[in-house]
Design a protein around this ligand. Structure first.
Ligand code: DOR
Ligand code: ZN
Ligand code: ZN
Length: 412
């Protein structure tokens, strides 16, 4: 049993003061004055007016293990997730040995089940030749989606075959695209439209890390015709641009102009961009300082404080924040609604106020750095609850049984 005294929870477009009782893994009671004495076994947490949000879901994480364990592994990555307020992550397939078949998939599942501190799902990558493998029952029941790389990035998994790009829409799992820019976006939309003539019920098309105004406009146009198109924004493309961050700035897609970031914020307000994915892509600082630095930023520990501040500043509405970080991803991947309501599974994160600097308490991600290092923030996550039990609190992590999620495998 956990009783939160004096928290603020999202309610419509406002924040509501309440006490919250969690029992048997669920939100049991939400009301202004719950008596402390009912907690016989468990704890009372005085939140001192802090904010309680649904724990976040990240559909776009590069855990790196197996293969690139010197950058990150399942333990460090899932702990970074918990510290950042995430209860669930979905892992990309561009490992050293790419995840393209049931053998590589099951090998990763085995490692993650042993080491992860959060619930997780796994993607398989499309190649020019593996669509039949992806269609197999034994693969379909293990994946939460199919990742398609249309352009260069870590791992070099580029799909060229037109047949593969058309047939991937014959399988039911969400198809996630690394477009490489507007040309790749046009290309995949062409195949999606073509498939729509032959396939009665198209899978979700999820456009990763939208970064330019041009892409936002194109997605806006296509979403009118295809409601199953969803688009992702990353915190780094929202908050960073070519002019305000130049340090270890190699990332794909590249940081764009400030006007592009503005267009992403507008895209969020208009419902063109629907999900925040961190694209947590850790590389060591030595690698980043080298001659040909690999692309990618870590992002799990910094996303929530940044977004929450944007919400308090009025840049995003509270309901949009919840949809972007939890509700939409949960519905896309079939893992329940994730709101703070009586009877719902208690996955939540407590944010407390202070004068904090990003990175002042160190990083949990093995790569140990952040492009947001040193930024002032007013709120930070201090406690993450998953399935009603404390998984992270003030620098300490608690391992519990975790769930392997495949789309629609779990209804909460
Ligand atoms: O910058 C990036 N790094 N973009 C990606 O799409 C992949 C990622 C990685 O895996 O390093
Ligand atoms: Zn990508
Ligand atoms: Zn990525």
């Amino acid at each position: 049993m956990i009783l939160f005294k004096n928290v603020q929870i999202p309610q419509a477009e406002k924040w509501l003061k309440s006490d919250i009782l969690i029992e048997h893994g669920r939100f049991e009671e939400l009301s202004p004055n719950i008596d402390r004495s009912i907690v016989k076994k468990g704890e009372v947490v005085d939140a001192e007016g802090g904010f309680l949000l649904p724990a976040l879901i990240d559909p776009h994480v590069h855990v790196r293990e197996p293969g690139f364990d010197h950058k990150e592994n399942w333990e460090t990555c899932s702990k970074a997730a918990l510290k950042g307020g995430f209860c669930t992550i979905f892992d990309m397939p561009n490992n050293k040995v790419p995840v393209v078949d049931s053998i590589t998939l099951l090998e990763k599942k085995k490692i993650a089940l042993k080491k992860s501190y959060v619930d997780f799902g796994l993607y398989i990558a499309l190649t020019d030749e593996n669509i039949e493998e992806i269609m197999k029952e034994e693969v379909q029941c293990e994946i939460c989606g199919v990742k398609v790389y249309l352009a260069h990035t870590t791992g070099g998994l580029i799909v060229k075959s037109e047949n593969a790009l058309l047939n991937v829409f014959r399988q039911p799992k969400p198809v996630l695209i690394h477009t490489g820019g507007v040309q790749g976006l046009e290309r995949i939309l062409y195949f999606y439209e073509k498939a729509s003539i032959q396939v009665p019920s198209l899978p979700i098309l999820y456009i990763c890390h939208v970064s330019t105004d041009e892409e936002v406009k194109l997605i806006k146009k296509y979403k009118k015709k295809f409601p199953n198109i969803f688009a992702e924004a990353t915190p780094h493309h929202l908050f960073l641009n070519k002019s305000n961050y130049t340090h270890y700035n190699s990332v794909l897609p590249h940081l764009a102009q400030i006007e592009d970031s503005e267009s992403l914020w507008n895209g969020i307000a208009e419902g063109v961009l629907n999900v925040i994915g961190t694209d947590h892509a850790p590389h060591t600082l030595d690698e980043k300082k080298g001659k040909n630095p690999p692309s990618g930023f870590p992002g799990l520990e910094t996303a929530l404080p940044l977004l929450f501040e944007a919400c308090l500043d009025g840049r995003i509405k509270p309901t949009d924040l919840l949809h972007l970080t939890s509700i939409t991803a949960r519905s896309l991947f079939g893992i329940g609604e994730g709101e703070i309501l009586k009877g719902r599974r208690a996955d939540c994160v407590l944010l407390k106020e202070g004068n904090f600097l990003i990175g002042e308490d160190g990083y949990v991600t093995k790569c140990g750095w952040s492009p947001f290092n040193g930024r002032k923030i007013k709120y930070r996550p201090v406690m993450t609850i998953t399935g009603g039990t404390t998984a992270y609190r003030s620098g300490k992590f608690y391992k519990r049984d975790i769930s392997f999620l495949t789309m629609h495998s779990i209804k909460r």
